[in-house]
Design a binder for this molecule. Sequence first.
Ligand SMILES: [Zn+2]
Length: 327
Amino acid sequence: MLLLSWLACTSEVPSRYLVLQPIDGEYTAAPMEIPSLEDPRRLTGALGDGVHGGEVSVELLEGLRTTTTITGGRAINIGFAVDSGLGVATDPTGMALWSFYAHLDAMRMEMGALGYDVEPIFPVEAIVFEPTLVAFPFAFSNAAYSADADVFVLLPDAYDGVPFAANVGIVRHEFSHAWFNELTGGSRDSYLDEWSLNEGFADAVAGLTLDDPIPYAATMDNESRDLTGDWTAPDAEGSSSPYTMGTVYASLVWDLRETTDDREDTLAHLIDSLLAWHLGTNAEEGAAAEFPRFFVESYQADPDTFAQACIFAAFRFPSLEIPACTP
Ligand SMILES: [Zn+2]
């Protein structure tokens, strides 16, 4: 009888989960639904299935193309109790992993409600937690989306703040890499400048959807990625970090969000212009520099906003020529 009641208790699927989420600007453990999570112990469901450990090996091919191999690993095992339908993880790691799934699920639903078809992104191949990194030519950050393996990778935290996996801004940033990959057919990340655009896109989507120009602040000190800064392409040129130029792209997007005071409209322009850029350019070195032109031109139907966009683009990307901006 004891065994039976224990089984009954642990197989109960919670209707809500205690996860870390920002409430009035402070990260707090509070109940949230995670509709896509089917097995909370193993972190499996419609978004993808969790894997604990194993080895992630990244091999650098031509350019920045990589091939990522994931081997081994075991099922995730999150201990939890259920109280009145509320799942409570028995350790902080379990809560952080549920938080990741919750924030990813919320983003998926939010973008769906705005009319974006993000369903093809899911399920990803895996959500790999704490793998061993092997043969690593360049560093993943503490959370990553690997496009060629189609996996989210979550590493142990390097900072003391909110865990990477639980930070809504970081989850949305990584989601956006998967979205960028989907929108561009998985073919536009082989050059440093396209990687920079990918980073800029991810920062812009995280910022716009949270309406926060510094969307990762609860976890990492990142003033250098504040989208309200005076970042310009000449300042970023020569940097080998894709984040530096990425911030310039994202800041131009944020300029338009401030001009129009309409973040959903700005997001629509960003998505439309990314598609137009992808269709209108070839995957080659330097193609990303053309993106701001597509973004600015997407405002041509609204002359006042377009004029503003031209001014911002001239400031951020002074050597970029946008013929439509020149009377
Ligand atoms: Zn990124």
